[in-house]
Every structure is written in C-alpha cells, then in structure tokens.
Design a binder for this molecule. Structure first.
Ligand SMILES: NC(=O)c1ccc[n+]([C@@H]2O[C@H](COP(=O)([O-])OP(=O)(O)OC[C@H]3O[C@@H](n4cnc5c(N)ncnc54)[C@H](OP(=O)(O)O)[C@@H]3O)[C@@H](O)[C@H]2O)c1
Length: 322
C-alpha cells in the first residue's frame, strides 16, 4: 500500500473514517473530497490524508482529483430523500438520485477521464431496480451504472447494517433507551445480519490488493442473523436499561414514520425505511478474502457497555432486577 494513492468519495462518513484509518496505517495516500470541510476534520489527524472541499457531484472536479490515483472508492450514500417534484422515471427522490445514481455515474466518468482503472463501489444488500423502497431502488440503479463500465475493474460491496462505535443504528437505540421507558418499534421482525465496520474497511482494503476481485459483487454480513427486536433488546441489556419494547403493527409503524417525516428535519424513520426493512438484510456469503466476521457481542460492549461508576448504575440495577 505504501506509495499507492486513493480517492475516497464519502470518506468523511462512518465507514470512511475506518477505511481511511486502515489505508493510512499502511502508508497509503488518501484524498477525500467533501461538500463540507468541517465534516471531514477528524481525518486531518492522519498524516497521509488530504481533505478537499468541493462540488463532489461534478465529474470534472472528480476527474481532476482522481488523476494519478490507483483507485477510486465510492462510499457515498444517504438514508432519506426529500420528495421533490423532480422525481425521475424510476420513482425515487432527488437526494437518492444525486447520491446513489448520479454520483456513481460521475465516479465512472471521472475514472475514465483520469485514466484510473479500478473502482470500488459500496451499495447495500437488497439493492435492486425493482426493490420496494426508493433507497434500495436507487442503490440498484447505482450498481447497474458502475457494473456497466466493463472497461474498468469494478467491485461492488453490499453490506447489511454496519455497526461500530460511531454507527447510527445501535447507538440510536441506546440513546432512545436512555430517554424513554417504552420503545415502540416498527418492523420488529425485520431481519439483519450486522457487520462490523472494521471488517467492512478490511474487506475494501483486501479488495484493493486482490487480483481477482474485478467484476464481482460481494455481500457483507456478520456471523449471525437477528430480528430487529432482538437487537434492540440486546442494546437495552448491554446498556443496563430495563425497557419495554413494543412491536408496532404495520399501520401504526406507518403513522409513526409519517409523524417523524413531518416533525423532524432529519427523521429517525421514514415510510421508505419501512419499505426497505421488508427486504431481509441477510446473506449466505461469508466475508471474502478469507476474512472472519467479528461477532456483535465481541465488539459492541467496548462502546455501548457503561464503564464509569455512574454509567454502570443502570446496569447494576438491571442485574439486581430493580
Ligand atoms: N452504515 C450502514 O449501516 C450501511 C449499511 C448498508 C450500506 N451502507 C452504505 O455504505 C456506504 C457508507 O455508509 P456510511 O454509513 O459511512 O454513510 P455516512 O456516514 O452517512 O457517510 C456518507 C457520506 O456520503 C457523502 N454524501 C452524502 N450525500 C452526498 C452527495 N449528494 N454528494 C456527495 N457526497 C455525499 C457525505 O459526505 P459529505 O457530507 O462530507 O460531503 C458522507 O460522508 C454508503 O454507500 C451507504 O449507503 C451503509
């Protein structure tokens, strides 16, 4: 990896933080374009990383940044989209179109213009052009756009939900459990196979080294499948909070999601998220490149389990059944 250089789109986010740390630790040079410099400031502590504030969606800007790089890695993704009027023929919102489809096309065109032959693209399990949610449909069109570029060595990764110290999944439930005695849960039966962020990053790094990864699509899951209810109950146990988790019927889940869409600038849950959860986020594939998936129970206590005396108080009460 020493003397190799990479352009990482979406590198300022959760997966980017871990991927770029692993690349930098191996001596690689990394350029991270971002729409807001502030979002990527934590990366500046790494000596071989450069952060550039720019119009990330502009193919010519990307081509300029991609010149001389060994590979382009696309981590860009969003969970929600406004429902703007400009919904295209494939019926997904403008933010999904920009982040998942147009940016994938811009990445391909930047690779071509800059003579970069290698492209890694992160999608999601369940992505398909006929999927029930706008999120998964737009991810499906994004995959189609990069895989059509058969003049490039493209590898697509489709993770299940990703967990790690900065995730917005387990940490969200930990926060909710902190503040609310009862947790009304949409889609309690939804299936997930959480994969550790360090494993996702290690898979991407291994793919950069592998000779036979081009043209392949890898699904990334952890060692076990869970229902959403099990995961929330696990988080409550781990944080020592005795909470009542109530599974909502579909009509109530839709109402809950609609209320959040109306009341919150960045909703915790949307009706489109509910439609995504209809598709089991699980895989039969083991991690590629001989990597072994980290169990949730081995990693999550490091940041979810209370450590100080005050933080441990709820857990002690839990154990004492009080
Ligand atoms: N986290 C999960 O559980 C999970 C599960 C399955 C798949 N994935 C996929 O894995 C990838 C990485 O996820 P993550 O959790 O690291 O996401 P994240 O923390 O939300 O980061 C996503 C990044 O995308 C960039 N971005 C968003 N919209 C953009 C746009 N329109 N144009 C340019 N850049 C844009 C943001 O960069 P700036 O704001 O700095 O410009 C941000 O750093 C995504 O493709 C995601 O869909 C994640």
């Amino acid at each position: 990896m020493r003397n190799r250089s990479f352009l990482v789109l979406g590198g300022s986010g959760f997966v980017g933080r871990h991927l770029i740390a692993q690349l930098a630790a191996r001596g690689a040079r990394v350029t991270v374009p971002t729409r807001r410099y502030e979002r990527a400031k934590h990366l500046l502590l790494l000596p071989t990383v450069e952060v550039v504030e720019c119009d990330v969606g502009d193919a010519r800007t990307l081509a300029r940044l991609a010149r001389g790089k060994d590979a382009l890695i696309n981590l860009v993704g969003v969970l929600h989209s406004r429902r703007g009027r400009e919904r295209g023929p494939n019926d997904y919102g403008p933010d999904f179109a920009a982040a998942h489809v147009e940016l994938a096309l811009a990445a391909v065109s930047a690779c071509r213009d800059a003579g970069v032959g290698r492209l890694l693209h992160v999608s999601a399990i369940g992505a398909a052009t006929d999927a029930p949610s706008e999120y998964l449909r737009s991810k499906g069109y994004g995959e189609r756009a990069v895989l059509a570029a058969d003049d490039l060595a493209v590898t697509v990764f489709r993770p299940s939900v990703i967990f790690g110290p900065e995730d917005r999944f387990l940490n969200l439930f930990a926060q909710l459990a902190r503040w609310f005695p009862v947790l009304p849960l949409a889609c309690p039966q939804a299936l997930f196979q959480p994969v550790y962020v360090g494993d996702v990053a290690a898979t991407l790094v291994a793919a950069l080294e592998a000779r036979d990864a081009a043209g392949k699509v890898f699904e990334l899951g952890g060692p076990r499948r869970y229902r959403l209810r099990e995961l929330v109950e696990y988080v409550c146990r781990l944080t020592g909070r005795r909470r009542l988790v109530i599974g909502l019927p579909d009509w109530a889940a839709r109402l809950q999601a609609r209320a959040m869409e109306l009341a919150m600038p960045v909703p915790l849950l949307t009706r489109d998220n509910l439609r995504s959860m209809q598709v089991p986020s699980v895989t039969d594939q083991p991690l590629p490149f001989g990597l072994r998936a980290t169990p949730l129970e081995a990693a999550a206590p490091a940041w979810l389990a209370p450590s100080g005396v005050r933080e441990r108080y709820p857990q002690l009460r839990w154990r004492a059944r009080r």
